[in-house]
Design a protein around this ligand. Structure first.
Ligand SMILES: CC(C)(COP(=O)(O)OP(=O)(O)OC[C@H]1O[C@@H](n2cnc3c(N)ncnc32)[C@H](O)[C@@H]1OP(=O)(O)O)[C@@H](O)C(=O)NCCC(=O)NCCS
Length: 185
């Protein structure tokens, strides 16, 4: 197997699109999907574009690695790394090689000593955990994806005895608070 890894260039746009929208990677990179999804991600100002990497196995596109540098108020930035390898080329060291390439790129950035370097997976999976452990990362946090249907907030359901109104209506804030206390009793 001949593995080569090199930085992405704009000429690789369709190669990257084919990788990220392929059936084995699309579920892990959902923000890259849809019309212009990839373009949006490529124009994201936190993407460290010079660090974006493509991997080829025997000349065939096999995977990619993406680094983001997320500024944080009053603190050193957080670096977020993600790697994707198409199913056919997995378990052959491509993910590890891409991750090493990303880490080498990160070391060239003027981040300061306190920068947090993290990797993430869109959904928990044993392969991502194994790769992270192999690189010496430890689990730190879960991110939760929450959603609600489009179309405004739901009508509130008030407890019995609580009058609804605005502060311009005759019900004064004080009486509203009092009636909420009453309703809890
Ligand atoms: C995670 C992912 C990038 C790994 O790519 P890969 O090319 O198969 O990784 P490697 O071959 O370098 O394997 C890395 C280590 O993880 C282990 N590993 C890989 N897949 C595994 C699996 N399904 N179950 C358990 N261990 C696994 C390997 O054994 C290897 O360790 P070893 O070399 O000491 O044996 C790939 O599975 C993938 O693209 N998954 C979907 C996207 C994703 O979740 N990305 C998040 C990672 S940031």
């Amino acid at each position: 197997m001949n593995l080569s890894i090199r930085p992405w260039t704009p000429a690789d746009l369709e190669t990257l699109r084919a990788l990220v929208t392929g059936p084995s990677l699309a579920p892990s990179f959902d923000k890259f999907q849809g019309t212009h999804g990839l373009e949006h991600k490529l124009h994201d100002e936190i993407l460290a574009k010079p660090g974006l990497q493509l991997a080829f196995v025997d000349g065939e596109p096999a995977g990619f690695g993406v680094p983001w540098v997320i500024p944080r108020e009053g603190r050193s930035p957080m670096v977020m790394l993600r790697v994707g390898v198409t199913e056919r080329f997995r378990r052959a060291g491509v993910g590890t090689a891409l991750a090493h390439e990303l880490l080498a790129f990160v070391r060239t950035l003027p981040l300061g000593d306190a920068a947090e370097i993290a990797g993430s997976a869109w959904t928990p999976n044993p392969a991502a955990s194994a790769l992270a452990a192999k690189l010496g990362f430890v689990h730190d946090r879960w991110f939760w994806l929450m959603q609600r249907p489009r179309g405004g907030a739901q009508e509130p359901v008030w407890p019995a005895g609580v009058p609804a109104g605005t502060d311009n209506e005759p019900v004064t804030p004080t009486s509203k608070v009092a009636s909420m206390h009453d309703a809890r009793r």
